[in-house]
Design a protein around this ligand. Structure first.
Ligand SMILES: *Cc1c(COP(=O)(O)O)cnc(C)c1O
Length: 399
């Protein structure tokens, strides 16, 4: 059997590799603390689970759902957008249900990218953007980001011949992995850039509700004229702790929404209508469950930032996401430091280089474990720092 050439372009999925390493350590009896994967540890709110159970009992949900999503789900999305962002959306032409936002992100290049077209992806960034561009035989162009610029890409540094060939620009604020946030001023710049070069902005707004200290992340669609050039993707995964449920949505430019729907019609047949009914309960339901979950992550953020700063890390306290983007100590690169923490602390973090060359020098710490494990992880990292770099914890014969 021979797989298609394009499959060789897929880099190893970093989280799968981390999972394997963690499993190997666990098999050796090591008590591993995983701060590696961005998957909320807190449960889906009860009223959402109840809505699924009720809907699943209704045989009407047992048949194929409408391709574009149920009318109730699209209306709930439009109403949520009006309430949350003050953005008016037509549920019939400007809202599309997704089987998780990753599904939409991965399919968009198929819709807009011809072989040889360029796709602007931020570096570092969520790996799906670049891989999806490669599967459509496009060329991802990494736009550098830096701590100095607050982890927003420098669009002025994109060469004109690249901008001319670009069809899509992926943006993601609040950002995974850097936890950076964008001000409306940046989106204005992005919209202007997209108009000038005829590029579709794909804004991944997965973390809009995971924010602290009163910060309310914006929608790119709040900018005048943004709907001409932008589509925004959301996920219920992080907002409502529903990663396993696979439900999200795309909103914005009606042509882009229609084109994505036309592709999806030929690939999937929509998300289970009962899951969409649960999505309606989530979007229309009380905000308290999200608020209390965010308060838990904020508490962990404060503990981890204070703990890591006390042992010498120059780590910023993020305004959003449940990630810390931590500079690695001198003498390590990100993969080396990740391996050191695995060997000497039994702590899993994600090496920044896995998100692109621009992530080198950092590791991502995910605060998705109970508070006491966050404290313990910091203690273990402190001890691991006193071990010399590059020496394994045990004689290699025992591993
Ligand atoms: C978690 C995550 C997603 C995936 O969300 P799903 O709706 O579960 O597919 C997309 N983008 C970013 C940046 C994420 O961190």
């Amino acid at each position: 059997m021979r797989v298609a050439r394009r499959m060789h372009k897929i880099p190893p999925y970093m989280f799968a590799e981390l999972d394997r390493r963690r499993a190997a350590l666990k098999a050796r009896g090591v008590d591993v603390i995983s701060l590696g994967i961005g998957d909320p540890d807190l449960p889906t709110p009860d009223h959402i689970v109840e809505a699924l159970i009720r809907a699943a009992r209704d045989p009407a949900t047992h048949q194929y759902p409408p391709y574009e999503g149920t009318r109730e789900y699209r209306q709930a999305v439009a109403d949520w957008y009006a309430r949350r962002f003050g953005v008016a959306l037509d549920p019939n032409t400007e809202v599309l249900a997704l089987i998780g936002s990753k599904e939409g992100l991965a399919h968009l290049p198929w819709v807009f990218v011809d072989p040889g077209d360029m796709v602007l992806v931020s570096d570092p960034g969520y790996p799906v953007y670049g891989t999806a561009a490669l599967m459509a035989e496009g060329e991802p162009y990494p736009v550098p980001m830096s701590r100095e610029r607050g982890w927003v890409p420098d669009l002025g540094a994109v060469p004109p011949d690249v901008a001319r060939r670009a069809r899509l620009m992926f943006l993601n604020y609040p950002n995974n992995p850097t936890a950076g946030t964008a001000e409306p001023g940046f989106f204005a710049e992005a919209v202007e850039f997209a108009k000038r070069w005829d590029i579709l902005i794909v804004h991944d707004n997965t973390y809009s509700e995971i924010a602290y200290d009163g910060y309310r992340p914006p929608s790119v669609l709040q900018l005048p004229g943004a709907k001409d050039v932008a589509i925004e993707l959301h996920s219920l995964s992080k907002t409502y702790c529903m990663t396993g449920w696979r439900i999200g949505f795309a909103v914005g430019n009606p042509e882009a929404v229609r084109a994505l729907a036309a592709l999806k019609m030929n690939i999937d047949s929509g998300q289970f209508a009962a899951v969409q009914a649960a999505g309606v309960a989530a979007l229309r339901g009380p905000e308290e469950p999200t608020r209390s979950r965010v308060a838990v992550w904020q508490r962990r953020r404060d503990a981890a930032v204070a703990g890591l700063r006390a042992i010498g890390f120059d780590v910023a306290a993020p305004r959003a996401t449940f990630y810390l983007w931590v500079p690695v100590p001198a003498g390590y690169d990100s993969v080396g430091f990740t391996a050191h923490l695995l060997d000497h602390a039994g702590v899993v973090v994600t090496p920044g280089a896995g998100y692109g060359a621009g992530g080198e020098g950092f590791v991502r710490v995910s605060l998705t474990v109970p508070d006491e494990r966050v404290h313990e992880a910091v203690d273990r990292i402190r001890s691991a720092l006193s071990e010399p770099a590059g020496r394994p914890a045990e004689p290699s014969g025992r591993r």
